[in-house]
Design a protein around this ligand. Structure first.
Ligand code: UT7
Length: 323
């Protein structure tokens, strides 16, 4: 039996910090409201000219270093992103070149919004298990602030920029036990950009290319679907809640994270929470949280990790991993 296992993690946050106090200056909000309703204290913003591939490369280099590998050792790079550098080619192709990976290796983006990393992890796991590739880089990278309407207090306080990456390698030992992916395209208008390139640039009016969200409705679906996702991944791999060492959730809102932890009957000191530091970084949020907990020593080799994410689409997914 062949598995894939995480041999290295890395992450990167742009330097520029947007505090809640800054948000108070640009929209009708308050530090107290943002903390109470979301748990967010600050978010990051990519510098002018800094693109998603730059963030992705920074995170990937750290993951490669942690794994003791060079970019030339990698057979495949998958980038989960909703904010690509260009419409085409894929950000993954740009990352492949910037990293100096071997020409001819596989590179593609995955558009699953906030679940992009979970989708990428699942796909890369299957490539490795089938023997198609030995080593893959799975990256979640976003410059979500580029899609923000800075007059909309329902979205501008939430999203931020960042990147996280893992190196997945073929292994005889687990590894990734199970991944589960889902989507329901029936609620597109709850979280989307009203405009996209196929509508024609001549029809791009005002803020139609920016993100809009009916937050409260998204919140309710997220809590329900994530509750199902964590139960499903445990059940399918034969583990129970009490086996889980760490929940590494999508960092969208502290109240959603708390609801999922409650569903798992897991105390919050077994939940990795980073949302206060960078807000919702979409596809980057799960690998960012994982990397932080690995580097500060909370997550140890041999521990059982439950990862989950939910996002626009709707898309959602979960993974159970022996680290
Ligand atoms: O990552 C992918 C998926 N995304 C998510 O998971 C995000 C899910 N949604 C959320 O995190 C929350 O719904 C929000 C944080 C976006 C909003 O929190 P909420 O508790 O659901 O607030 P709400 O939308 O029900 O609004 C409650 C009130 C409203 O005022 P009224 O109508 O009661 O007078 C809003 O206008 O809060 C108001 N409000 C704000 N007040 C101060 C909305 N945004 C803000 C704000 N500051 N930034």
């Amino acid at each position: 039996m062949s598995y894939s296992r995480i041999s290295g993690t890395g992450s990167y946050l742009p330097e520029k910090v947007l505090t809640n106090q800054y948000m108070e200056q640009i929209v009708d909000t308050s530090d107290a409201w943002i903390r109470e309703r979301t748990g967010i204290e600050e978010r990051r913003m990519a510098a002018e000219g800094e693109t998603t591939s730059d963030l992705a490369v920074n995170a990937a280099l750290k993951a490669l270093e942690a794994a003791g590998l060079q970019a030339s050792d990698i057979d495949m790079v998958v980038v989960g992103t909703t904010t690509p550098d260009k419409v085409f080619p894929s950000t993954a192709c740009i990352v492949q070149d910037k990293l100096g990976m071997r020409p001819g290796t596989i590179a593609f983006d995955l558009a699953a919004v906030c679940s992009g990393f979970m989708y990428g992890l699942s796909v890369a796991d299957k490539f490795i298990r089938s023997g198609s590739v030995r080593r893959a880089l799975v990256i979640g990278a976003e410059t979500l602030t580029r899609l923000i309407n800075w007059k909309d207090r329902g979205t501008c306080i939430i999203f931020g920029d960042g990147a996280g990456a893992v190196v997945l390698e073929s292994s005889d030992e687990p590894g990734v036990y199970a991944t589960h992916l889902h989507a329901d395209g029936g609620h597109v208008e709850l979280l989307h950009t009203p405009w996209g390139p196929s509508q024609g640039y001549e029809n791009l009016i005002d803020d139609a290319g920016k993100a809009v969200m009916r937050g409260n409705e998204v919140f309710k679906v997220a809590v329900r679907r994530l509750g199902q996702a964590v139960e499903e991944v445990l059940e399918s791999s034969g583990f129970t809640q009490s086996d889980v060492d760490w929940l590494i959730p999508h960092q969208a809102n502290i109240r959603i994270i708390q609801a999922t932890a409650k569903k798992l009957e897991l105390p919050m000191d077994q939940v990795v929470v980073t949302v206060q530091k960078h807000g919702n970084t979409s596809a980057a949020s799960v690998p960012l949280a994982l990397d932080e907990a690995v580097r500060d020593g909370r997550v140890q080799r041999g521990q059982l990790l439950l990862l989950e994410a939910f996002g626009g689409g709707f898309t959602w997914g979960s993974a159970l991993i022996r680290y």
